[in-house]
Write a protein of this length. Structure first.
Ligand SMILES: N[C@@H](CCC(=O)N[C@@H](CS)C(=O)NCC(=O)O)C(=O)O
Length: 220
């Protein structure tokens, strides 16, 4: 049985849980999950650091194989366990999906992360509101790119849901939630109709609602 280390409130753990759901892999049957990170701790113990020297979640053990980096875990799960062909297998769709996964981890999340951590994981007295607003507004600009992609395609890599949609949708969900919870500190959120339609499609056609927590888990 696989073992997944990580608390459910982490965006990166949510990616893995969502992917496992899409693949029909069940907690308690195909994998066990151990709460780790933030108030659960466990991620700085020598045993955990031997698995993942970054001390971060998610970390996946599958037999002898130990993986960290959430997007890599998604790639592995899709390649190893997609028995029912849930995700597109043609090379063009796969690499379009890869492109958006790299964009999420290298461009979008680093931009939004400042606002996210600033508003949800930083005590109010230590928040830098100008920096937070800039981070949020810069994300607005970036998301116009994704909205444009979704003008002519149903999903990020084409007409089928792929693993690339998972990281993107979880980021977009946080972008929406942050603005709902802190409108004064994020500043306005533009209407991006293709992203709105894509999120609705994802909610209707995937297991997203089963795993993605709709809370920011704000630490005061
Ligand atoms: N690039 C890594 C980032 C992992 C990461 O930053 N994980 C956060 C949670 S989202 C973490 O472990 N934070 C420490 C903690 O929860 O204690 C990935 O995609 O897996």
């Amino acid at each position: 049985m696989m073992r997944l280390w990580g608390r459910k409130s982490s965006i990166n753990v949510q990616k893995v849980l969502w992917c496992l759901e899409e693949l029909g892999l069940k907690e308690g049957q195909d994998f066990e999950r151990i709460d780790a990170g933030l108030h659960f701790g466990k991620n700085r113990t020598p045993e955990f650091l031997a698995l993942n020297p970054n001390g971060l979640v998610p970390t996946l053990e599958d037999g002898e194989l130990v993986l960290w980096e959430s997007n890599t875990i998604l790639r592995y799960l899709a390649r190893q366990y997609d028995r029912s062909k849930r995700f597109p297998a043609d090379i063009a769709s796969q690499y379009q999906s890869e492109k958006w996964m790299d964009w999420q981890v290298g461009t979008m999340w680093p931009t939004l992360r400042t606002a996210f951590l600033g508003l949800t994981r930083t005590p109010e007295s230590e928040r830098h509101y100008e920096v937070i607003k800039k981070s949020y507004q810069d994300t607005n600009t970036l998301l116009i790119l994704l909205d444009q992609q979704l003008t002519s395609h149903q999903y990020c890599s084409g007409e089928s849901f792929s693993i690339g949609d998972i990281p993107l949708a979880l980021c977009v969900s946080r972008w929406i939630l942050l603005n709902q919870a802190f409108p004064d500190h994020t500043g306005p959120r533009p209407s991006l109709p293709n992203i709105d339609a894509w999120i609705k499609r994802i909610e209707a056609e995937t297991k997203y609602s089963l795993v993605a927590e709709k809370e920011l888990n704000i630490i005061k």
